[in-house]
Design a protein around this ligand. Structure first.
Ligand code: NAD
Ligand code: UGA
Length: 460
C-alpha cells in the first residue's frame, strides 16, 4: 500500500470543499489542496471572514477554521497541485447535457475529460486518480484511456469513490457515513484510499467493489431515494381527494421495518443538483442499451416530480379564485432544502416561474439565498426578459416584509425558523382571506386555522 502524503482535489464545490475538509481534519499528516478554475470561489474559500465561505453547511466553517493553512489549502494553481500529489480526486460538476447527442438526458462529461487531460499533461510521477464526481457507469474506461495514452510512462490507477453526502447535513454525513464505497482494479490503490478513510470510519463500513458496481451504485442510490419521494408524493394527491392524511399514511407505512421511515416526507417536489440529473442519466444509459422498460420505469420518477411541482402552483391559482394576476404571493424559502444556500433545481424556481407567467407578484424570503441568486435562477429558465423577472419577483430581507399585504404565503423550503414566526402578526398584515400553501407540511393546520388562515398543505 502506498502511503499518501499529498492529496489534490479538482473542484472546490459542494462535494470537494466539505469532503476534503473532513479528510484533512482526520488526517493531519496529509496535505490536502483543493483547486478550481473559478478564482472567485477559491478566494471565497480563503476569505478571513468564515461567513463568506462559498458554501453554507452547518459545522463546515469550524472545520475549515481548524485546518485551513495547516494541512488544507485552496488554490487556483491546478498544475502544481496535480504535480505534487500522489492521489488526485476529481470532484467537478457533471450536469445534464444541454447540447448535442443526449441533450437533456445524458451527463455532460466535458469537465471530467478536461481534468483527465490536465492530469495526463502534468503528471510526471505515478498517481491514483479518484472519481468523486457522480459518473455514468463505465466512465472510468474513458478516463483510463486518456491517462494511459499520454506516452509519459506514468502509472495511473483509477478508483471510483462516489460521495453520498446530502447537502445541509454534509459534515454530519461525512463524519459518520453509512458506508464508504471504493471501486477499483488495483487492490493496492484501493487500500491506499481505504487507509485514509480508516482514520475516522470503521473498517466494516468501507465497502470495496469493482469499478463498474461502484459507479452504478451511486446512480442507483439516488434513483431509489428520489423514487421514494415520488411515490409518497403520488399518494399525497390521492390523500387530498379522500381525506386521508399523507403524514399519517407515511407514518403508518414507515413503521414497517421493510419500508423504513426515511425519505417519506411529501413535498412540493424534490430539487437539488443531483436527483433529476442522475435519474435522467440512468434513463439515458438504459435506453442506450435498448432497455426501454427499465428506462420508462425510472423516467416516471421525474414525470411524477414535475407533476407535483405543477400541481402545487395549479392548486394555489385555483384556490385564489382562478387568478393570481396582480396578486402578491409571499414565498418563504428558495433553497432546495433547509440548511443550504444551494438552489439548484429547487421547486421554488419552477413554482415561481409558473405563477409569474400568470402575472403574479412574488416576494421571496430565504435566510441564506441572495436576491441575485433568485434572479439568476429565474433568468436561467429563459421564460421572459430579465427586466420582467425583476419586475415580478423581489427579494425581502426579512419574512414580515415578504408577507406584508400578500394574498397568500407559499412555503417552499422547510427552514426551521419558519415555524417560529409570529403567525398572528403575519395574518394581521395579509390580505383577507389569508391563504397558506405549505409545500413542506411544516406548520400545524389546526393552529393556522385557529388564527384565521385558510391552510392548504400537501396531501391533507
Ligand atoms: P459544484 O458545481 O458545486 O462544484 C464543481 C466545481 O468544479 C466548480 O467550482 C467548478 O468551477 C469546478 N470545475 C469544473 N471543471 C473544472 C476543471 N476542469 N478544473 C478545475 N475545476 C473545475 O458541484 P458539486 O455539487 O460539488 O458536485 C460535484 C460532483 O459531485 C457532481 O458529479 C455531483 O453529481 C456529485 N455529487 C454532488 C453532491 C451534492 O450534494 N452536491 C453529492 C454527491 C455527489
Ligand atoms: C441527495 C442524496 O440524499 C445524497 O445521498 C446524494 O449524495 C446527493 O443527493 C447527491 O448525489 O447529490 P441532496 O440532494 O443534497 O442529497 O439532499 P436530499 O436530502 O436527498 O434532498 C433532495 C430533495 O428531496 C430536496 O429537495 C428535499 O427537500 C427533497 N425531499 C427529501 C423530500 O421532498 N422528501 C423527503 O422525504 C426527503
Amino acid at each position: 500500500m502506498k502511503l499518501i502524503k499529498n492529496i489534490c482535489c479538482i473542484g472546490a464545490g459542494y462535494v470537494g470543499g466539505p469532503t476534503m475538509a473532513v479528510i484533512a481534519k482526520n488526517n493531519p499528516h496529509i496535505n490536502v489542496t483543493i483547486v478550481d478554475i473559478n478564482a472567485d470561489r477559491i478566494a471565497a474559500w480563503n476569505d478571513e471572514d468564515l461567513s463568506k465561505l462559498p458554501i453554507y453547511e452547518p459545522g463546515l466553517a469550524d472545520i475549515v477554521k481548524e485546518t485551513r493553512g495547516k494541512n488544507l489549502f485552496f488554490s487556483t494553481d491546478i498544475d502544481t497541485a496535480i504535480d505534487t500529489s500522489e492521489m488526485i480526486f476529481i470532484s467537478v460538476n457533471t450536469p445534464t447535457k444541454t447540447y448535442g447527442k443526449g441533450k437533456g438526458m445524458a451527463a455532460d462529461l466535458k469537465y471530467i475529460e478536461l481534468c483527465a487531460r490536465n492530469i495526463a499533461d502534468v503528471a510526471k510521477t505515478d498517481k491514483i486518480v479518484v472519481e468523486k464526481s457522480t459518473l455514468p457507469v463505465r466512465t472510468a474506461e474513458a478516463i483510463k484511456s486518456i491517462l494511459h495514452n499520454t506516452g509519459n510512462h506514468v502509472k495511473f490507477d483509477i478508483l471510483s469513490n462516489p460521495e453520498f453526502l446530502a447537502e445541509g447535513t454534509a459534515v454530519e454525513d461525512l463524519l459518520s457515513p453509512d458506508r464508504v464505497l471504493i471501486g477499483g482494479e488495483s487492490e493496492e490503490a484501493i487500500e491506499s484510499l481505504a487507509n485514509i478513510y480508516r482514520s475516522w470510519v470503521s473498517p466494516e463500513k468501507i465497502l470495496k467493489t469493482n469499478l463498474w458496481s461502484s459507479e452504478l451504485s451511486k446512480l442507483t442510490a439516488n434513483a431509489f431515494l428520489a423514487q421514494r419521494i415520488s411515490s409518497i408524493n403520488a399518494i399525497s394527491e390521492l390523500c387530498e381527494l379522500t381525506e386521508a392524511n399523507i403524514n399519517e399514511v407515511a407514518k403508518a407505512i414507515g413503521m414497517d421495518s421493510r419500508i423504513g421511515s426515511k425519505f417519506l416526507k411529501a413535498s412540493v417536489g424534490f430539487g437539488g443538483s443531483c436527483f433529476q440529473k442522475d435519474i435522467l442519466n440512468l434513463v439515458y444509459i438504459a435506453r442506450s442499451y435498448n432497455l426501454h422498460a427499465v428506462a420508462d420505469y425510472w423516467e416516471q420518477v421525474i414525470i411524477m416530480n414535475d407533476h407535483q411541482k405543477r400541481r402545487f402552483s395549479d392548486r394555489l391559482i385555483k384556490t385564489l379564485y382562478n387568478t393570481v394576476s396582480g396578486k402578491k404571493i409571499g414565498f418563504l424559502g428558495w433553497a432546495f432544502k433547509k440548511d443550504t444556500n444551494d438552489t439548484r433545481e429547487s421547486a421554488a424556481i419552477y413554482v415561481a416561474d409558473h405563477l409569474v407567467s400568470e402575472q403574479a407578484h412574488i416576494a421571496v424570503y430565504d435566510p441564506k439565498v441572495s436576491a441575485v441568486k433568485v434572479q439568476t435562477d429565474l433568468n436561467y429558465l429563459n421564460s421572459r426578459s430579465e427586466e420582467d423577472n425583476l419586475k415580478h419577483v423581489v427579494t425581502a430581507t426579512n419574512p414580515y416584509d415578504a408577507l406584508k399585504d400578500a394574498h397568500a404565503v407559499a412555503i417552499m423550503t422547510e427552514w426551521d425558523e419558519f415555524k417560529t414566526y409570529d403567525w398572528h402578526k403575519i395574518y394581521t398584515h395579509m390580505k383577507k382571506p389569508a391563504f397558506i400553501f405549505d409545500g413542506r407540511n411544516i406548520l400545524d393546520k389546526h393552529t393556522m386555522e385557529t388564527i384565521g388562515f385558510e391552510y392548504y398543505a400537501i396531501g391533507q
